[in-house]
Design a protein around this ligand. Sequence first.
Ligand SMILES: [Zn+2]
Length: 482
Amino acid sequence: MKLITKKTNRYGRLHILEFNPQKENLLFLSVGYKHRERLSKIKHQWALDRGYELAASFNGAYFSMNKATSDTLGLDYRDHGFIHGYTSKDDTTMEAVWDGQTLTIGDYIDTDVVGSPTIHWAQSLSYSLVLDGKKDIRKRDGNYWGKHPRTLLGQRKDGTIVVVVTDGRPAGLTGSQSADLMLELGCYNAINCDGGGSSEMTFKGKIVNRLSGGYERKIAQAFQVYSKPSPKTPSKKCVCLDIGHGSDTWEKTGGKGIRLKDGSSWEEHDFNSKVGISLKKKLEKAGFEVYLSQQPNSTEIPLYKRVDDINGRNIDLVISLHANAGEVGAKGYEVWKWHGDTTKGGVFAAKWIKNAKEFVPDLINRGVKNCRPGERTNFYIVRKTTMPCILIEHFFFTDNAERKKCDTTKYVDKFTEISLKTACEYFGVPYTSQLSPTPVVETERDKAIKWAKTKGISDGKNLSNNITKEELIISLYKITNH
Ligand SMILES: [Zn+2]
């Protein structure tokens, strides 16, 4: 669909609307109310209710200027779920008939069209301009001879509808010039609509022509083009994973890590990186977009830089990934949110804790914690980010047993599953488990029962029942190859 505005020596300034309803999947409708209305106010409720969007409008039929009602001159038929207009027998005008594909111009009365299963609308307009590719004026009326602002409607052989609206007086075209113009524009059929002060076109919500009366005249009927809204692909939610600290933090500060008995070091960033890599994979598989504000296993980006970066992006949620340090005996997981964030970050934090209870029931739940200004836990990332942000302390690396247990593939998998499930619940995305299946270890008991089944001693059911002497004898008999 396109609108071409051009100045011509012969016809003055023209506004030419071209669209192909079939190719472009557009609705071409005839619209009117019981009362007359300005073109810019006319809407087709049926189309709007179905999600269509108004693309263009232009005036159509003649009507009585003396009446407030929308009685158009002649045939005015709208069917197919569209608003019904009026019908009357008429023999003073030519009609345009639309079947969703072809604009037929001819001389019709109501009995020709009413009740037809194929006709979308039929509208008396005025005289014909082009019929079957030739200039052919039929039913000309008084306005044929003068130069007037015009609204002209036609169709090319390829199905393209061509609408011309001219600028207001003194510019204007005679009926004969109108026919020439529509031929020049390649129309195979064309008809003259109401003109003068009624001539008007809107395109994407704006009036495109200079109105000859200087204002919008209330009209009885309009043609409208509606476009189907393109199906909106729900935009992916973007989760930012903030991998705590850097690969150089421990070396530089002696913090965010621990010196082990054998002299080696354990660094928090290494664990946080494992969680970041695993969680990124899982979130992306679930359909999320993931942004890393701090790359895994790389040197630390200062917090203020990370936060500036995050705030400049279209991020829906920030998860800062950490492991905790504390007093002797301190164990378990906790989730931090901004104290004032009682809705979004608060909701995520609470859901995370709920899911943690499911996936790591063996760890201590320390619950949701609030970051407050002026306290040690006034975490910069939580405080300064402009979107919901939570900080997860997965376990205490200062506790030897907990560190050995949690810094493992198995627990990283569990921790990231908690965050995945929580993100799905939080954003309303269907959750599918990505937890690695626990390898099945066959016990001595399992092996024995399997063996008993193959020997025909037991069916594997009611295994805790007592056995009779008789059953024992039979069993012994069976396994001693008799
Ligand atoms: Zn940390």
